[in-house]
Each structure stands twice: as structure tokens, then as C-alpha cells.
Design a protein around this ligand. Structure first.
Ligand code: TYD
Ligand code: MG
Length: 449
């Protein structure tokens, strides 16, 4: 007899409950429970996948992994130097960010080397995929497509066809026949990914799965799969901007400290190797409200321009708006400027923006943000060949930051002449002038006389 039962499942962590709960006791997310139906008899007993005996770590033989490189340098870099055979990688991102595009490009590059690639398209027709592939110049003979939603059928096809790489686009639109809930539901998504993982390890075939995330990240998808798969990479970027960042958030075969940056062009995604040039190439020099900063993304330094606009406020409540930097941090910096430097910013609206659309999450940008604000407030431009690096404490002191040498090296490569940095008694002088400052006040006095 088929007994069906309704259960409530958390969309984020998969926690199950017999009744609806407002806040998930496991992952603390609010309003995350959705109903799900399952057949009691569809639950199977578990089989152990590991049947090893106890063994000393020194006796374990490890094979050298031979990675498959795609030729898309930024993509290989994020994976830790290429694709590991028999691995399962999840590529998450908002709809339209370019997941299908990059995977079509990757499929093409790999199939050009006489490796069979199967692209399972469960969202688009093969015709639509071909159109995209034509635009990308991805028409290699060993690049095969199938439009199919049922994973059981896909597995049968794979067994007959034995490709080396399989792309499943997307995990939210495929289903397993013996799971009763709809495609896209937590159990369907989790079981499907679990089955793919098992299949990949058994057959040695490499898989990529696509998972959509919305801005709020609140659909059954990537989040519930993160612990299951080998590698998780997220594709970030605004549709309004033409650069995209690929970021590894989990990698069983490499570091998660790497990012890849691509430019979205008419003919697909292209590696951006000179990051700084990309972000500061069209800055306007000698305008008040602009300061230069070197940020660290992954392990790479990138020069960015921080812009601020300080304008007389017409309302009682002045506006504080931060784009690309943290709003709370901006409020804190404004408070320091008001209290420690007696600036009457309470009657001004303040807008801060990172030019180019990059998001900066590190406090090392504090000094550059503060200097851009002061420059706009005084209507005096900062020297365009100076960079500002340093965290600002609540007392107005400049605190040290990580990776200072890498930042200064990048500044040197880009021909900056002067840098304001925290007091760390640097031995190596790489720029023409390095000014070590104890307090924010010192930098302001030196730059605005
Ligand atoms: P797509 O890969 O379909 O997004 P996803 O699979 O993540 O939902 O790509 C979406 C956007 O990329 C689409 O709006 C059009 C744009 N695009 C280009 O600008 N150039 C191109 O060569 C391609 C193929 C897409
Ligand atoms: Mg797509």
C-alpha cells in the first residue's frame, strides 16, 4: 500500500518536521518551511559505501590526480588547476548570470580534445542550446546534447554512450522517478544530486550540475547541496555589469581562496587577466570625491576606485548610501569623521560607490572611503597617483591590514607613486613615497593642507 504523508522541510538545511515551524531549529532561518509529500514505502534502507578496514595513515597509497584543463584559465584556476576526474561540481548563481554560457564553453573546450561531453539540458531545448553554442563558436563534434528531465533516463543514456564529462542544467528541473515530490523540491533536488554523486564515483565520469539561486537564496537548491558535492562554485555578477566573478566556496581538491574573473561579451565569457586595468581603466582624474585603493580578492590584488558624493541634505534625516561597501561600515566611518575631525556631516547626504561594481568586504578600505568622503566634502581632489590602505578604528587610529606587501606591489606595477599605509615600519620601499600614518587626521592634514 502506498501511504503518503505530508511533512514540512526547511528549504535551507533540509530539516524535517511533522508540523510547520516559523524558525528552523537547525539553521535558524525564519519562514523557511515548505510542505513536502513522500511515500512511506519509498524510503530504502541504507548501504554502506565504505567497507575498509582500519589502516595507518602512512600505509595509504594516494594516486596522483591528473586534472583535465579547460583552457579557460580563470575557470581552471578556481577549480584548483583544472577539473578532477570523477568529481561532482556544483555551479550556483542567479538566473541569467551566465551558468549555461560558461558550461557550454567548457564543454566545447574539453570536447575539442576528443573527449566526449554530454550536456543534459532540462530547461532549454537542444535548438536553443545550439543557438547559444553557435554564438560561442562551440560546435565541436564530440559535444553531445540531450533534452531530458528524467535522471533515470539520463543515467541509461550515459551508460550506453559513456561520455567523460556530463553537465546537468539544472538540478532544479530534473527528477528521479521514485521520489514522489516535484522537481525543484528539497527532497527531489537532494536525492537527485546524491544519485549523481554515487553514479560519478562508481563510473569515474565527471559531472557538473547547475543550481539556481535567487537574490535571497531562498529556493531549494545549491544551499541544500553544498555538503553533498565535491566542489561548490558560485557565479556572481550583476546583469547590468559586464564582469562576472567565479568564486569557490568549497573545494575538496583545492583552495577556496581563488576567484576567476570573466568579462561577458557578445561571444561569451572571456578571461580577464589584468584585473586592475579592467576596474580602473576609465577613471576620471582630478575630480573631488575619488580615492584609490588596492583590494585583495581571493589571493589577488585588484586596484579599485572608491567614489564618494557628499551633498547638502534637504531633509532632517540625512541619507547614507553605500554601493559595493558595507552600509554599517560607512555609518561608522562617518561617525568617526564627525566626532574625531569635527566635520558637520549630519547635514549632508553621503553616497559611496565602488566604481566598476566590485563589492569590497574588507575593512582595509576604510581609509580610502574616508578620504573620498573628505575630498568630496571639501571639494578638493586627491592626488590620482596616491593610494590609501588602512583600517580605521573608533578612535580614528589607522590599523594594520593583511597582505600589505602584495597590495603595494600591485600599486608599483600600476605606477602609483605614493601610498598612505598604517604604521608598520616597512623595510622595503617599493613606491617613490610611503607614508606611514598613525591617525586618520594625519592623512587629512597631509592631503588637504
Ligand atoms: P545564461 O548562460 O543563459 O544564464 P544562466 O544559465 O545562468 O541562467 O546567460 C545569460 C545571459 O548572458 C543572457 O542574458 C545573455 C548573456 N549572454 C551574452 O551576453 N553573450 C553571450 O555570448 C551569451 C551566450 C549570453
Ligand atoms: Mg541556464
Amino acid at each position: 500500500m502506498n501511504k503518503t504523508k505530508i511533512e514540512f522541510v526547511c528549504q535551507f538545511c533540509g530539516y524535517r518536521s511533522p508540523k510547520w515551524i516559523g524558525k528552523c531549529p537547525d539553521c535558524d532561518n525564519w519562514n523557511s518551511f515548505v510542505t513536502e509529500e513522500f511515500r512511506k514505502d519509498s524510503r530504502k534502507r541504507f548501504n554502506s559505501t565504505h567497507r575498509d578496514k582500519v589502516i595507518s595513515i602512512t600505509d595509504i597509497a594516494v594516486e596522483n590526480i591528473e586534472r583535465i584543463t579547460t583552457g579557460l584559465n580563470e575557470f581552471d584556476r578556481v577549480l584548483g588547476g583544472g577539473i578532477v576526474p570523477a568529481s561532482l561540481t556544483l555551479i550556483g548563481g542567479e538566473p541569467g548570470v551566465g551558468k549555461s554560457t560558461i558550461l557550454t564553453q567548457v564543454s566545447n573546450k574539453i570536447s575539442e580534445n576528443k573527449r566526449k561531453v554530454l550536456y543534459v539540458t532540462a530547461e532549454e531545448s537542444t535548438g536553443q542550446l545550439k543557438l547559444r553554442a553557435e554564438r560561442l563558436g562551440a560546435l565541436s563534434k564530440d559535444f553531445f546534447l540531450i533534452a531530458e528531465n528524467c535522471l533515470d533516463t539520463v543515467f541509461d543514456e550515459i551508460k550506453k554512450f559513456s561520455p567523460e564529462l556530463v553537465i546537468v542544467d539544472s538540478i532544479q528541473t530534473v527528477y528521479l522517478e521514485d521520489i514522489p515530490s516535484a522537481p525543484g523540491s528539497v527532497s527531489q533536488v537532494r536525492e537527485s544530486a546524491g544519485k549523481i554523486m554515487e553514479f560519478a564515483k562508481k563510473t569515474g565520469i565527471t559531472f557538473f550540475i547547475v543550481g539556481h539561486v535567487t537574490k535571497e537564496g531562498n529556493i531549494a537548491g545549491p544551499r541544500v547541496l553544498e555538503h553533498l558535492v565535491d566542489t561548490v562554485i558560485y557565479f556572481e555578477g550583476d546583469k547590468g555589469q559586464n564582469f562576472r566573478i567565479l568564486r569557490a566556496v568549497k573545494n575538496r581538491f583545492g583552495s577556496t581562496n581563488e576567484i576567476g574573473i570573466f568579462e561577458m561579451t557578445d561571444s561569451g565569457l572571456r578571461d580577464v587577466s589584468n584585473l586592475s586595468d579592467f576596474f580602473i581603466s576609465n577613471r576620471v582624474k582630478n575630480e573631488p570625491g575619488s580615492s584609490m585603493f588596492i583590494t585583495i580578492e581571493g589571493s589577488r590584488p585588484i586596484a579599485v576606485e572608491i567614489q564618494a558624493l557628499v551633498a547638502q541634505s534637504n531633509f532632517g534625516m540625512p541619507r547614507r548610501m553605500a554601493m559595493g561597501v558595507d552600509n554599517q561600515r560607512l555609518n561608522l566611518l562617518v561617525a568617526v569623521l564627525e566626532k574625531k575631525l569635527d566635520m558637520p556631516l549630519f547635514s549632508y547626504d553621503i553616497y559611496v560607490n565602488v566604481a566598476g561594481g566590485l563589492k569590497i568586504t574588507e575593512t582595509a578600505s576604510d581609509l580610502a572611503i574616508a578620504m573620498a568622503i573628505v575630498s568630496s566634502f571639501r571639494n578638493v581632489p586627491l592626488n590620482g597617483e596616491t593610494i590609501f590602505i588602512g583600517e580605521i578604528g573608533l578612535l580614528g587610529e589607522i590599523r594594520s591590514v593583511s597582505n600589505l606587501e602584495a597590495r603595494l606591489k600591485e600599486a608599483q606595477n600600476l605606477n602609483f607613486r605614493r601610498a598612505f599605509i598604517p604604521e608598520i615600519r616597512l623595510n622595503k620601499i617599493v613606491l617613490e613615497e610611503i607614508v606611514e600614518i598613525p591617525k586618520l587626521e594625519t592623512a587629512i592634514e597631509m592631503c588637504f593642507l
